[in-house]
Ligand binder design. Sequence first.
Ligand code: B12
Ligand code: SF4
Length: 492
Amino acid sequence: MKVLLLYPEFPDTFWSFKHVLKFIRKRAALPPLGLLTVAAMLPEEWSKRLVDVNVRPLREKDLAWADVVLISAMIAQRDSAVQLIARCRAAGKTIVAGGPLFTVEHEQFPDVDHFVLNEAEVTLAEFLNDFSKGNARRVYTSTDLPNLRETPVPLWALADLRRYASMSVQYSRGCPFDCDFCSVTAMFGHRPRVKTPAQIITELDGLWRLGWRGPIFFVDDNLIGNKRSLRDELLPALIRWRQGKRGVVFYTEASINLADDEDLMRQMVAAAFDQVFIGIETPDEASLTECNKRQNQSRDLIADVKRIQRAGLQVQGGFIVGFDNDSATIFQRQIDFIQKSGIVTAMVGLLQAVPGTKLHARLHQQGRLLGHTTGDNVDGTTNFVSRMNRETLRDGYRNLMDHIYSPGPYYRRIRTFLREFRPPHGSGAMTTQDIGAFAGACVRLGVLGRERFHFWGLLAWTCFRRPRLVPMAVTLSIYGFHFRKCCEALGG
Ligand code: B12
Ligand code: SF4
């Protein structure tokens, strides 16, 4: 059996980091971890080929080679998935689909032969068994939440690692919190299920053997969801593994209560974590109550962010506008918060209702849903009737984005962050990739860009005040270039 593993294209948005990738000569931010994990669950004797369309196009000869196509996608990849499925259908291939897009809207894809939904650890074996007997059903689904101790090591060798900016591994699934807009808990439950440290170390050894020396994203939705296993098992194992290894750094996602645990932060930094994405969402208490983001309530969120930055972790933040409680003042309040916090990478999205979430169910009951979500929360669209006047929301959102990513406020924010950030000892060395990116930045941002004065001003300031942070200042300047391009596409 020849299996083609197919991963559709991401739209060119904040999350694609497309304009950043050019500086470091990469094609995509991350490999498709779900597909590579599924590949490891297929019979060993099957031939496997990966085509990640973000890295290279699907060629006719790939289709001619394949007996069966396995496709994975998240909602944001819907358009590309539809096109690829049509091509596979025209080529007469058997199509098997799984992953988050199909798990929430499989009925929208009449051309797919088989859906293997939810977590493949529970649904794939039955499908493979039926498929081998020629009597596979159309839909395989399950509400069981598997033990990750059985999850195999992803087949990274199928991917051309050199094309990616970062690698990914997954330690846990599930999150103890209950934010109403979040599809993670709807899909993966509230009890964080974890792999053993030995599994993670085997995965890391595999990446190291393949020559990977760059960043690795722990794609857990909330790495600190199970603090005990993180503190007692994973982090000590990572600290041991990292000894004598240069180049590899980790980043992840976590909830804001990380700020309460100095020891945990210290341990994470010792294990070479240098960044953490946190869902801040909004400085408005009423909106936090509305979306049930209890862990963010009654806190000084700016002080929390600064504490994490001082511990040596750069904070990236997720923000949302468009809650029922939001009034027209929310845009300026978000701007003030973002600027004061020094969160340079601030992903501000319009609230969207994703199928399967409590928010989606509530809006459906209230008759306020307008149709599909695009799945991309930073494209300036929403899929329900908002309480705020539509034009006010749209214009307020665009102005907010335009403001925080225009050169003045953006470069001021970088300085606010660099003043606070305490990098661990030993960090700050320039890699060959950094040098290439720096040369590109000098030309594109320092000569051709409208931000040129800000760019050189920041470099001079950093050389003088925080010399070890020069590579970081350059990286963040390049991110700003990407975000500005995305804002232009929004029309802001
Ligand atoms: C890494 C990640 C990304 C990366 C993707 C990089 C890449 N190449 O994959 C980046 C940062 C680019 C990204 C971006 C976004 N993401 Co994202 N992302 C994730 C995250 C954190 C981990 C995905 C992952 O690697 N999981 C590990 C693997 C092992 O799990 P898996 O992919 O689910 O695969 C399992 C099953 O689904 C199944 N399976 C998967 N594929 C297939 C295929 C077949 C054939 C079969 C049989 C089975 C199968 O088997 C696997 C093993 O059980 C998930 C959350 C999560 N916990 O999954 C969100 C998630 C997938 N993202 C989500 C969203 C909404 C987004 C964004 C819109 C931003 C946002 N608001 O979060 C953007 C959209 C992109 C854009 N506009 O360009 C949603 C998707 C909702 C949906 N139903 O589609 C998720 C679930 C998180 C959430 N907030 O709810 N994301
Ligand atoms: S903390 Fe994050 S992952 Fe957990 S429920 Fe809230 S939004 Fe979802």
